[in-house]
Write a protein that binds this ligand. Sequence first.
Ligand code: VTB
Length: 332
Amino acid sequence: MSVDLRISPDQIIERYLSMELVRVTERAAVAAARLRGHGNEKAADQAAVDAMRRELNRLPIDGEIVIGEGERDEAPMLFIGEKVGNKQGPKVHIAVDPLEGTTLCAKDMPGSIAVMAMAGAGSLLYAPDVYMDKIACGPGYAKGVIDLDASPADNINALAKAKGVKPNEISTLIMDRPRHAKLIEEVRKTGCSIRLITDGDVAGVIFCTQPEKTGIDLYLGIGGAPEGVLAAAALRCVGGQMQGRLILDTEEKRVRAHGMGVLDPNKKYDMSEMASGDVIVCATGVTDGGMLSGVRFGKDFIETETLVYRSITGTVRRIYGEHREFSKFQLD
Ligand code: VTB
């Protein structure tokens, strides 16, 4: 990747903003983590949404939520189209999932995170809250090595060849859902291993970027479209390939998507059509997971772990935070 090291005024703003975004997902994660293991998904999600919104509104941006908790009538906060920020800064579009893996948090199971992406206006796909068929692999492969329209076996064989291993040495990750019965059966026939996850496919896709560490080469299957855009944004920052297609299987969904600018309901989106330009992605662990440690409540301070990705430079920062004011004043 060639990097232009000259920094424009806009980029300076974005550089400063990366640290501000860390505060946003940290707050959301701490708020959700207070309700970790309480069996109440709604309450944990609400706490994360409230905290994220409060923090977003403190930012020096003229922001608009393009992926959020849903459309205005179904989501009182962080709805698609909601304006956030103090308006004293750049026009940006924001995708949020204040608590990705609500069930994981409610059951105190591994892998729930607070996550958001920010980019220039028009850079993130306006994805309605429908399913998306997705495929993703990590960096280092020739473009086109995987294809959403190829069979699982063909994708696995192509990836194995490119990696220089046998097909049965490729490890895949799929969400454990009845809708994936056929997919799982086809992958099993290739002899590949499958990690089945119950929730949290933003992290599932990101796992592909570090196969040596996570043991995952390939993500396959159907998950949420908003999660797809967030994952594409993160993948763009570190390299890797991803394609997605919205599943618009009813007239109502097609009309809704059309209203959001999706003119071709069968379009296969490439990673950079889902997230383009200078994107910053930020994720803080809520429960412990393969990617991030969860929030720890200590006697005197609260610990958080956050990953910040930036597409323009490909930098990934892992930020450990000790928060004293959270614990003293119980702000969230
Ligand atoms: C996923 C996953 C989420 O929803 O995309 C998914 O990342 C898809 O929907 O954590 P289903 O649960 O209906 O399969 C979650 O599991 C929950 O928001």
